[in-house]
Design a protein around this ligand. Structure first.
Ligand code: UT7
Length: 332
């Protein structure tokens, strides 16, 4: 059986910076509230007519491929995690394939929200382990800001979610000691409506109607308290599962890269694992929560900052809509 390894990571975020001050002009909120409850100071939102999920993903992918030293023609498969696709159908994987000019290679879309990137990494890992493919582009990209209710009613989600793209090239590892050690996937659909977006729905009377628009069914809806309470428990469980599976102690983690949901969630997990600050990567302060894109963006930035060195033990963990949650342990 082969082992897979991240050969390179890249990211792209829109140029438009939206500060907490900007948000307080749109809704009844304040910099103090947002910083205290979420740790976010600013985030990036797309510019209509400029940024698309596909073109941001293409920029992130090109950077990932160049850092991996892998040419476009060597990529054999695309896995694209997003819950905010450019079209209702087809999925974003094929749009990225067209944008980059990648012939007729297969392209798969994953809709697992915040845990979408780790689910995608896990799928790619299986393809590489079996020998079916040797180089796969794994992408997480989102434009959340167009589906946010920017009135007072939607403020608890509107201040958190943001836009951006990240990508990695997962390839066959040449060194049996380096690469993905294990991935762990979980879900509990009983909580589907705690964080969801109803429309467009195929099971309604019409996919889109005036009624539905008037009700605001196309906005993301979140029960923040419920998500928070489950998140802190599941993050810990799934990280411990990954450590136990590999017989590794928490002290051995060199870098924890948590999904950037809320700085308070990351800090809670850090505290429980008793990890020092330099062993936890956070960028939510400047980028907000970009759903499936947070982890690949964080990997790209951590690598740029020299925080990922060959042989480092890296733990990825995510929790979000579904509920769905996941972890991965890698030897970088
Ligand atoms: O990506 C993965 C999925 N998402 C998450 O993991 C998010 C998890 N949840 C959270 O991060 C937090 O629950 C939030 C940041 C969303 C909300 O923070 P909270 O501490 O749970 O606040 P809350 O919902 O309990 O609301 C507390 C108060 C309420 O006012 P009252 O009823 O006490 O008067 C809210 O109306 O804060 C109010 N509030 C706000 N005030 C100013 C809610 N949002 C805002 C806001 N600005 N943006």
């Amino acid at each position: 059986m082969f082992k897979s390894r991240i050969l390179g990571a890249g990211h792209y975020v829109p140029e438009r910076i939206v500060t907490n001050e900007d948000l307080s002009q749109l809704m009844n909120t304040s910099n103090e509230w947002i910083v205290e409850r979420t740790g976010i100071q600013e985030r990036r939102w797309y510019t209509p007519g400029v940024d698309t999920v596909t073109n941001m993903a293409a920029k992130a992918s090109k950077l990932a491929m160049s850092r991996a030293g892998v040419s476009l023609g060597e990529i054999e498969f695309i896995i694209f995690a997003t819950i905010t696709p450019d079209y209702f159908l087809p999925g974003n994987g094929v749009l990225l394939q067209r944008e980059l000019g990648m012939g007729t290679i297969g392209a798969l879309d994953v809709r697992n929200a915040c845990s979408g990137f780790i689910y995608s990494l896990s799928i790619a890992d299986q393809f590489i382990k079996t020998g079916m493919y040797s180089k796969i582009l794994v992408v997480g990209a989102e434009i959340q800001s167009s589906a946010l209710d920017k009135s007072d009613e939607g403020r608890s989600s509107a201040v958190i979610f943001a836009d951006g793209a990240g990508a990695v090239v997962l390839g066959r590892s040449e060194d049996a000691g380096l690469g993905v050690l294990s991935t762990h996937l979980h879900a509990e659909g009983a909580h589907a409506e705690e964080l969801y977006c109803i429309a467009p729905s195929s099971s309604g009377k019409e996919r889109i109607s005036k009624e539905l628009i008037d009700r605001g069914d196309f906005f993301l809806k979140m029960n923040g308290n419920a998500v928070f309470k489950h998140a802190v428990v599941r993050f810990m469980e799934v990280i411990q599962e990954a450590l136990a599976c590999n017989g590794i102690q928490k002290e051995e983690i060199d870098l924890l890269v948590p999904h950037q949901a809320n700085l308070r969630i990351s800090q809670y997990v850090q505290q429980k694992l008793e990890l020092p600050d330099h062993k936890v990567f956070n960028n939510i302060m400047h980028l907000g929560n970009t759903t499936a894109a947070t982890i690949p963006i964080a990997l790209s930035q951590a690598w740029e900052q020299g925080k990922l060195k060959e042989g480092d033990l890296v733990c990825l963990a995510a929790f979000g809509s579904g509920f769905a949650w996941a972890s991965a342990l890698l030897r970088w």
